[in-house]
Design a protein around this ligand. Structure first.
Ligand SMILES: *[C@@H]1O[C@H](CO)[C@@H](O)[C@H](O)[C@H]1NC(C)=O
Length: 298
């Protein structure tokens, strides 16, 4: 424990002097050095985020959680605090602002995702009901649902006669992802559905989809999606970008499943874990970008 404390103190001490030294040599503060050395993306934003969070100044530490409409004002305050003159570093303000939008946007995205997840599917809510019916029509347009409660839901991979019990911990987030994928990538989604009803390699399309929503959600919650969003969304990531990531997972999981040829759906746990590890591996690459390599139809 004591060793750890000393090591921590020593590192902070070293960091402080190194920053002081570099500031005097280069005439630039750490954030300026980060912005001029790295181009926009995870490399830059991750470093800026760390620099802000570990700063001695409260203005910098709180900058990572300001509101979207305070980002510009916050960048100006940071420049005043760090005595950065605009004439000397004309691009700094814009770059810092872009970093701040991404950093604060990720936190807001998590809040929006969490709000949607906590919304349970409500059969009394017309909007919820219509989304569910829309999912059916998008996936199997040639077949009419006989009634709202029917065994037919099993054809798109729900478990019971009424899908509302299948969303469990993922609530409306699970349904919204399923609908987004089917609406934006209709052909791809139908192809994935057709693979899922394969007699040997089949799996429950909707149930697995809801499970992949949980994977996306937990990756977001543990901050592992930061590099992906910092690389792929130049401003603040929004719900739509999260749904887009879900589409990537749904498509890639299907490809993975077919390639791995599991004995049966009983092996789902094992292959889910293997797929999860694969995604986490990709997310460790600084240049990661988990984008679906197919055309959207919208
Ligand atoms: C997803 O699958 C894993 C492994 O089977 C399981 O532990 C987890 O509870 C599932 N999550 C959801 C939301 O179905």
């Amino acid at each position: 424990m004591l060793g750890y404390i000393w090591q921590h103190l020593f590192t902070s001490f070293l960091r402080f002097w190194l920053k002081w030294f570099l500031r005097h040599i280069t005439g630039k503060c750490e954030l300026q050095r980060i912005c001029s050395r790295y181009k926009q993306g995870a490399q830059r934003t991750t470093r800026a985020e760390y620099s802000l969070e570990s700063s001695k100044s409260k203005v910098l530490r709180t900058a990572v959680s300001v509101d979207e409409n305070q980002v510009e004002e916050c960048a100006i305050t940071i420049m005043t605090e760090k005595k950065v003159a605009t004439q000397k570093d004309p691009t700094f303000k814009m770059n810092l602002q872009a970093c701040l939008l991404q950093i604060t946007g990720y936190k807001r995205l998590y809040t929006s995702v969490e709000d949607l997840r906590k919304q349970a599917f409500d059969g009394e809510n017309n909007r919820h009901e219509n989304m569910l019916l829309k999912l059916w029509d998008l996936l199997v347009p040639s077949v009419k649902l006989e009634s709202r409660i029917t065994k037919q839901w099993g054809d798109i991979g729900f478990q019971g006669d009424d899908p509302k019990t299948d969303f469990r911990g993922m609530g409306m987030l699970g349904l919204t992802n399923l609908v987004f994928f089917s609406e934006k990538y209709t052909d791809v989604a139908r192809r994935v559905l057709s693979h899922s009803i394969h007699p040997k390699l089949g799996y429950s399309y909707a149930i697995v989809g809801i499970n992949l929503t949980e994977m996306a959600y937990s990756l977001l919650k543990s901050d592992m999606l930061k590099p992906h969003f910092y690389n792929t969304v130049s401003q603040n990531p929004k719900l739509e970008h999260f749904h887009q990531l879900y589409c990537y997972l749904a498509y890639e999981f299907d490809q993975f499943w077919i390639k791995e040829k599991p004995e049966s759906i009983m092996e789902f746990n094992r292959y889910r874990e293997k797929f999860h590890e694969k995604i986490k591996g990709l997310l460790e690459e600084p240049d990661v970008s988990l984008c679906l390599a197919v055309e959207s139809n919208l």
